[in-house]
Design a protein around this ligand. Structure first.
Ligand SMILES: Nc1ncnc2c1ncn2[C@@H]1O[C@H](COP(=O)(O)OP(=O)(O)O)[C@@H](O)[C@H]1O
Ligand SMILES: [Mg+2]
Length: 506
């Protein structure tokens, strides 16, 4: 639970969210946050893995420095060799998955959501994730997760979450009594201009000396608004989605014309609607033309959890889906949203790359073993660094063992190593059984890219930090590091704590 200065609370088990929300001063720790963010941007999952491995690499580097393996650049070089080798090794052990293998994709979604507060309805959520990704995937298997909109709605239970083919917008009609609730064969106008009387830019005072003049003035205003609405009607639109405001008088005329209108719609929703319906976003009243309109089979206002939402369905472009995520409280819904984001991303990555690896620490144990063999062939001081890298990767199975309640976790590690020595490359730790298990059989699998990216960014960050000789306070960057922080950075003395940093791994 993260609580900020004004008492706002975030409850999460998501590595990147924890780091983003944490108040971090230390410059090296800030780099760790960057590692997590890069991981999140690139693959959407494996953030804790990346950070924990980076921390462990630094801790092992510190040990080496204490054992007089100098200078740090030798270690950096060894780490780089190891990271490159590790990439090869992962590609070697990766397994093919077909882009339409929904069972495997479901397992990948399941692994990403384990431990993320989505447990209660995981089967259902995995199904939603896999269905939405396969719906928006192109023929060439590229997936743009921007097409998948997550609409959070507090109320109901996780089980009430659903997938809608189309775009759902959290708005209601501007004029419920007069406007249709349902429009079939919708002609949709997306307008990024106010349907209001234009206020003058300059401060002008108009003195009115008689009631007639006032009436004239008001009539004039109404005439202008009416002209705007007429322009909309003339275009043939029967649905108006406005990014700006819609005036009362305009609402009245729109309703009279049988047009369903919503206002103050978010820009991101406008973009999604534009893609889904083929409409362009028109940004001036004069530019309203029939050719700019989009189309969908059905636009309807429906109640979700007691609140009205607009459902734009049967769109021209079927590659637009909305997941309506439901849950008892805001915190539940927020955490579900994060879990779903992770799952959507990993499933998309798997569909794109068609490669996956076992989870539960299996690839880390395997890589560790192979890297030790490789280290021996390199020799010299680099060998020590590569061995340290190999040992650092074992932080993943070790942390999983710890989280599974195994004490001491080292026994499990020894068991896992011997499994791998015997050639069982997918042996990992099933946290629910707390024993070495073939992770493929247990269905704990992850896209290959989660691992390649995690290792690349962890190694990069560690190498970068290792190459720092000195930290110098610079101007303009706010307060800069404190003297203690500088001391910590310079001597790597502060780094020791970082290895013990694993947040909510799993
Ligand atoms: N049922 C499970 N048994 C064992 N390990 C699991 C299971 N589910 C997930 N994992 C592992 O948990 C780890 C989660 O790491 P990561 O994705 O980096 O954490 P987070 O998503 O919390 O940032 C991965 O190594 C994954 O293989
Ligand atoms: Mg994860």
């Amino acid at each position: 639970m993260l609580v900020d200065t004004i008492g706002d609370v975030v409850i999460t088990n998501d590595g990147v969210t924890i780091l983003k929300e944490m108040d971090i001063e230390h410059p090296a720790a800030k780099m760790m946050v960057e590692v997590a963010k890069t991981q999140d941007d690139e693959v959407g999952d494996g953030t804790t893995t990346a950070v924990v491995v980076a921390g462990e690499l630094l801790k092992r580097a510190e040990d080496l420095l204490e054992q007089d393996v100098h200078p740090p650049t030798v270690i950096a070089h060894g780490y780089r060799l190891a990271a490159d080798k590790a990439q090869e090794l992962i590609k070697d052990i990766a397994i093919e998955v077909k882009a339409d293998d929904v069972e495997m994709l479901g397992k990948i979604a399941d692994t990403a959501m384990t431990g993320k507060g989505a447990e209660a309805a995981k089967e259902k959520l995995c199904d939603l994730v896999v269905r939405s990704v396969t719906m928006v995937a192109d023929e060439d298997n590229t997936v743009d997760t921007d097409f998948i909109k997550i609409e959070k709605k507090v109320g109901g239970t996780i089980d009430d979450s659903e997938i809608i083919e189309g775009v759902v917008i959290d708005k209601e009609r501007v004029h419920p009594p007069g406007m249709p609730k349902l429009v079939e064969n919708a002609k949709i106008l997306l307008l990024n201009a106010p349907v209001e009387y234009k206020k003058t830019e300059v401060d002008a005072e108009i003195s009115i000396t008689s009631p007639d003049q006032l009436q004239m003035f008001l009539d004039e205003e109404e005439k202008m608004i009416k002209a705007i609405v007429e322009k909309i009607i003339a275009s043939g639109a029967n649905v108006l989605v406005c990014q700006k405001g819609i005036d009362d008088i305009a609402q009245h005329y729109l309703a009279k014309a049988g047009i369903l209108a919503i206002r103050r719609v978010k820009k991101s929703d406008m973009t999604k609607l534009s893609r889904a319906t083929g409409a362009s976003v028109v940004s001036s009243i004069d530019a309203i033309e029939e050719s700019e309109l989009g189309a969908s089979g059905r636009v309807e206002e429906k109640k979700v959890s007691g609140e009205e939402m607009i459902f734009v369905t049967e769109c021209i472009n079927p590659k637009a889906v909305t997941l309506i995520v439901r849950g008892g409280t805001e915190h539940v819904v927020d955490e579900l949203d994060r879990a779903l984001e992770d799952a959507l991303r990993v499933v998309s990555v798997a569909v794109e790359d068609k490669k996956f690896v076992a989870g539960g620490g299996a690839p880390e144990v395997e890589m560790s073993l192979r890297l030790r063999e490789y280290a021996a062939t390199v020799g010299g001081r680099a060998q020590l660094a590569i061995e340290a890298f190999a040992a650092a990767l074992e932080i993943i199975p070790r942390t999983l063992a710890e989280n599974a309640g195994l004490d001491p976790p080292i026994d499990m590690l020894v068991e896992l190593r011997s499994e791998h020595e015997a050639g069982r490359k997918t042996a990992g730790l099933d946290v629910f059984d707390a024993k070495p298990t073939d992770m493929l059989v247990a269905g704990v699998i992850e896209p290959m890219r989660v691992k390649t990216q995690a290792i690349a960014s962890a190694a990069e960050a560690a190498v970068m930090i290792l190459r720092i000789d000195d930290v110098i306070a610079s101007s303009g960057a706010g307060a800069g590091p404190s003297p203690e922080e500088m001391a910590a950075m310079g001597g790597m003395g502060g780094m020791g704590g970082m290895g013990g940093m694993p947040p909510g791994m799993m």
